[in-house]
Design a protein around this ligand. Structure first.
Ligand code: UDP
Ligand code: MG
Length: 244
């Protein structure tokens, strides 16, 4: 029997987890002929997230977890989860239910019947995100599109279902400052994009502030474009000539 891993990075999500489990377990029970693994990565939460996960583990042995010694960020949590998971198919899903688990059966059908390696999601709205963040995100995609050879899809989410082969390729990329949206695109593989309406956060608050987002955007640009390097070389050359 094939196994599906549902990988959920969680940082201070004590309020969201019971809602998430309710919706996800419904899907896990409905989708027959597959085994499931619900893998949480507790990213150094300061609230009761770890205990909530342990409670779920007690009632359902499909639940398992990785517990970080401190908060390392969502990228590190996804990377650890991808390294630890054992599924033949792996999906990454946010803990706050902004990514509806109900899309999973259709994603699975597409991979199995239409022969894709990955079904990725793109949100058609930005419900629950601030006006400022929407502008910032749009600018980022405009800039990265011009600077990078790796294609970044505007509106792309980390929510996706992938085959084991693709997951192995992703974990073989040993980038230190990871920008997963770039890595997903960099490794290639046949990907089908589906659109969905992003939901409001079920509980709790977003973990991103302006500086976190800004430094994440820089990771994306520095990791997937040689433009900053070329620019510094040109500036260096310019000052060299001027000094002569
Ligand atoms: N997250 C994490 N570590 C962090 C920040 C966020 O594991 O340092 C998780 C968080 O618990 C959630 C997902 O990453 O499951 C997305 O976070 P959030 O909803 O805050 O991001 P947004 O939806 O605002 O982009
Ligand atoms: Mg969210």
């Amino acid at each position: 029997m094939k196994k599906i891993t549902i990988l959920v990075p969680a940082y201070n999500e004590e309020e969201s987890l019971p809602f998430l489990y309710e919706r996800v377990s419904k899907i896990m029970n409905e989708v027959k002929d597959y085994e499931f693994e619900l893998l949480f990565v507790n990213d150094g939460s300061k609230d009761n997230t770890l205990n909530e996960i342990k409670k779920l583990r007690e009632q359902d042995k499909r639940v398992c977890y990785v517990d970080f010694s401190r908060n390392f960020g969502k990228e590190a949590a996804m990377y650890a989860g991808l390294n630890m998971c054992t599924g033949d198919y792996v999906t990454i899903m946010d803990a706050d239910l902004q990514h509806p688990p109900e899309l999973l059966p259709e994603m699975l059908r597409i991979i199995e019947e239409e022969n894709y390696d990955c079904v990725a999601t793109k949100s058609i709205n930005k419900k629950g995100y601030s006006f400022f963040r929407k502008i910032f995100t749009r600018c980022f995609y405009k800039i990265i599109e011009k600077m990078s050879n790796t294609k970044m899809v505007p509106g792309a989410n980390d929510y996706r279902l992938m085959t084991r082969q693709m997951v192995n390729s992703i974990i073989s990329v040993k980038e230190y400052n990871r920008y997963s949206k770039g890595i997903f695109s960099f490794v290639g593989y046949k990907t089908k994009w589906i659109e969905f309406e992003v939901q409001e956060r079920k509980a709790g608050t977003t973990k991103w502030n302006f500086w976190k987002l800004f430094s994440y955007a820089l990771d994306g640009i520095v990791g997937f474009s040689t433009a900053p390097l070329t620019l510094s070389a040109i500036i260096g050359l310019f000052f060299c000539i001027v000094s002569f």
